[in-house]
Design a protein around this ligand. Structure first.
Ligand SMILES: [Zn+2]
Ligand SMILES: [Zn+2]
Length: 250
């Protein structure tokens, strides 16, 4: 299994990274977790946009899903188009919400290019992967994911506040991509995002091998985010996500 960080900027694109997007590959299958704003551009540094086999959207905040509108253009009007409809696993509102964002009528909307499959908690197969979706703590319907394949496992928090479900999803994972949007301070809102220290605590409780802090918000000092994570009681390696970083878990 190979994991490529396409986009890791939190809440909006930053100067060095688009918003959330992760490419997971095994046996030639290419799965995207999230397609946030700006990520369709950076994705093309790694693969052709025509090679994607499936997409999972953790939730419908713009920084996790909005480039699906632009991707509809690629699959509808690109050379050799139209391409077969692509499976998109997402919260049930996705077809209406993203069609409205594009400026299309609800019917047929983006469904000419995508086969929307509503997410619910539980496990299912996508190509060579088993994906487990679990509800995490964010103000909208939001999922964390556990992806296993070829005996390897990556977990992704999506956006969440403290979450026992995230610990479950990440249990024993080779790699945890965990959001660390907040720097510690008084009166941080609950059930929204994590600090680096909280991310590390989740990683420790889940017993993962490696923690990558992601959804890094450009207005934060990332050295502080990393430093706070180092104090979170996780004994394994911790690093900041970087657009273009590749983790070969084979
Ligand atoms: Zn976000
Ligand atoms: Zn969000």
């Amino acid at each position: 299994m190979k994991v490529t960080i396409v986009g890791c900027s939190g809440s909006f694109p930053g100067p060095d990274s688009p918003a959330s997007c992760y490419l997971i590959e095994a046996d030639g299958f290419k799965l995207l977790l999230d397609l946030g704003n700006g990520s369709l551009g950076a994705l093309q540094r790694h693969i052709s946009p025509y090679e994607v086999d499936a997409i999972c959207l953790s939730h419908l905040h713009a920084d996790h899903c909005l480039d699906l509108c632009s991707y509809h253009v690629v699959r509808t009007y690109g050379p050799g188009a139209p391409y077969p409809t692509l499976p998109v696993y997402a919260p049930a509102d996705a077809p209406a919400r993203l069609s409205a964002a594009y400026g299309m009528p609800d019917e047929p909307g983006l469904e000419t290019a995508f086969d929307f499959l509503p997410l619910a908690p539980g496990s299912f197969e996508i190509g060579p992967f088993t994906l487990t979706a679990g509800l995490v703590n964010h103000p909208v319907e939001a999922y964390g994911f556990r992806v296993t394949g070829g005996g390897r496992c990556v977990a992704y928090s999506g956006d969440t506040g403290e979450s026992s479900e995230l610990v479950k999803l990440a249990t024993g994972a080779d790699l945890l991509l965990c959001e660390a949007s907040f720097v510690e301070g008084p009166d941080l809102p609950a059930d929204l995002h994590l600090t680096g220290r909280q991310a590390a605590r989740h990683a420790a409780e889940a017993g993962v091998d490696r923690l990558v802090l992601t959804h890094l918000v450009p207005w934060n000092d990332q050295a502080t985010v990393l430093e706070e994570a180092m104090g979170g009681g996780f004994g394994g390696p911790i690093e900041l996500a970087r657009s273009g970083a590749v983790y070969d878990l084979a």
